[in-house]
Write a protein that binds this ligand. Sequence first.
Ligand code: PMT
Length: 411
Amino acid sequence: MNDDGLTAASLATLANKRILLGMTGGIAAYKCAELTRLLTRAGADVRVVMTTAATEFITPLTMQALSGHRVHLDLLDVDAEAGMGHIELARWPDLIVVAPASADFLARMVGGQAGDLLTTLLLASRAPVVLAPAMNQAMWLNPATQDNLLKLRDRGCHIAGPASGSQACGDTGPGRMLEPADIADACAGLFVPGLLNGLHLTITAGPTREAIDPVRFISNHSSGKMGYALATEAVQAGARVTLISGPVNLPVPDRVHCIAVTTAQEMLDASLLSADNSDVFIGVAAVADYRVSDTSDHKIKKTADTLQLNLVRNPDIIGTLAALEKRPLMVGFAAETQHIEQFGREKLQRKNLDLLFANDATATFNSDDICATALWGEHGSQTLGPANKNLVARQMLTLIAERVSAGQPDA
Ligand code: PMT
């Protein structure tokens, strides 16, 4: 249990999930402020849809402040449709939770009505649905409501609650909405735990660029494909991912927090900040080893036949992080053109890493495929691929997850 009353498993599972909270009219709507806070603190992205009746009990402004997003109110809202339209919104969530779910709303859902935004979304979405009913005990016990509940359960909706006790209307009995932490746990229980559930991964990707003058730079052929594949697959495995990317021509993967950098120094600064709260750091980037010591402020003219550049060593990003007292699990890459395994193992030890993926530079840069040798400890090794970078990324993440749960021991 954490301070918020959520189980550790729920916290890990809710991270990075997209949850659409549908609120209908009922006094329990005030509890949705707390529910939203719990879900967002657990790392979920929450969008709120309120029926007109719900806005009588708590303001959309409150829900907007807590969710960090504009609240969706109307089906036929020109502005909202121009942003995230209702069909897009129906496709967006991993889960829809309706809380409080009033008796009237349940009846309208059973009838397949689509007269307002929330009922329309429920008809149009394929996401699993959790209903947290809240109503007067007599309304709850009424055969009509019970009948509706049975139908909704048969259709695959998950019913969370209600609890029993004293009610706002003065009655005592079943019909109180579950407490926010219990609803959050019920939501979390519907997700299949991933291999990297609850872990924060920081991944560097792509090349760095070191300026010679305002129009020229030193760089390399890294496309970013390997780092982006790892970021994509890590999110699929339940991780929260920060991707620190040099200049590449790839779209940012879904749900990945991407920090764009240009130089090795910028990549180091961003890495130090992110690694501080990361469980795993993966250095996939092909960092330029040197930069020009005296970058020209103006374009260098082609007057001489030769040009001499004075180069200085760039900071070793992964080496700097691996030397920190409190450090994440450190995973490196090494693209070599000869003695791949031998040079890779030397890098693993010299940089004090927990795991390293050695690969053939001539075959990996800018390719869709990779063949890598995973190296760890004194003797640990495993060949991965050759195969598509996404497929190999999944194998790499399995090895990383094993080392995380093993507490980073040697082989
Ligand atoms: O981007 P792609 O086209 O998909 O290509 C993938 C890749 C070839 C870039 C990738 O598979 C790879 O091997 N990346 C590491 C490239 C490399 O050879 O790095 P290195 O040997 O210079 O460095 C070894 C490790 O130290 C790497 O984890 C690197 O990120 C890190 N490093 C290096 C230099 C430096 N100044 N700071 C670092 O952190």
